[in-house]
Design a protein around this ligand. Structure first.
Ligand code: HEM
Length: 221
């Protein structure tokens, strides 16, 4: 077993499984946060349920582990690739078979990670480690929407760049996960590529709608 985990394919399988788990999280997180468009009460009720449900506390630990595994193994695999090929081949890197995303997965991952840290400071930290919500000074809804105003236009830009990077990362990672897990054959390859791109588009556009909606609605108040 430890031989498998230490092998190159073992590490890729761990990356794929943790990545697929993170994609599930994204679908739940997107659905929850799209409720901001429904209204303040609906969003606050859902956010409160998520924050107080004991099952969510366990899931939060699993989620943190999923992120950690995914990040640590991406670092290990990238370092391995770099040391395995210390001198770059004298061939054009922009080959026909490799997409921009596939050549820049690590950079995309890094952008996503940095934005995620900012995001956790913006929301998670304020909800879990301050008295803002408990004291009634803030609601989850206000915390989310106050960030996407003309005054903080740069947050809207940062978040949208984040969501585009996330879409590109998801698009490529779904394809390579299916490949690593051996779930592709000639017929399914085309279907999975399509489904992967559709999922990436839904995630990217779905999240982008939220800051854009609140920024634009501030102009029409
Ligand atoms: C406009 C889009 C988004 C909004 C409005 C949003 C909002 C929030 C809020 C309010 C929290 C704190 C929840 C709590 O602790 O009770 C949170 C936590 C979190 N967000 Fe987001 N989020 C967005 C996009 C994303 C994206 C794209 C990712 C991942 C790439 C992400 C990853 C996380 C993680 C890992 C947590 C901590 C775990 C959790 O509390 O569920 N978020 N988000």
């Amino acid at each position: 077993m430890s031989n498998f985990i230490n092998s190159s394919i073992g590490k890729k399988v761990i990356m794929s499984l943790s990545g697929l788990f993170l994609l599930l999280f994204l679908a739940v997180h997107l659905s929850l946060n799209l409720l901001t468009l429904v209204g303040e009460e609906t969003y606050n009720t859902a956010a409160h349920f998520m924050a107080t449900n004991p099952a969510m506390k366990v899931l939060e630990i699993v989620l943190a582990l999923g992120f950690l595994l995914h990040i640590i193994y991406s670092l290990i695999l990238t370092l391995q690739n770099m040391t395995a090929r210390p001198v770059k081949y004298n061939v054009p890197i922009k080959g026909v078979s490799s997409s921009w995303e596939s050549r820049n997965m690590f950079i995309l991952g890094l952008v996503i990670l940095l934005a995620l840290i900012l995001h956790l400071i913006n929301y998670y930290y304020k909800i879990k480690f301050t008295d803002l919500i408990k004291s009634g000074e803030m609601t989850e809804y206000k915390l989310v929407t106050n960030l996407f105003t003309p005054e903080y236009w740069y947050y809207v830009v940062i978040y949208i760049v984040w969501f585009i990077a996330l879409g590109l990362h998801v698009n490529h990672s779904l394809r390579s996960s299916f490949h690593t897990l051996g779930l592709n054959n000639k017929v399914w390859e085309v279907r999975l590529k399509f489904l992967g791109s559709l999922y990436a588009l839904i995630v990217s556009i779905g999240f982008t709608i939220i800051p854009l909606y609140f920024l634009l609605s501030a102009f029409y108040k």
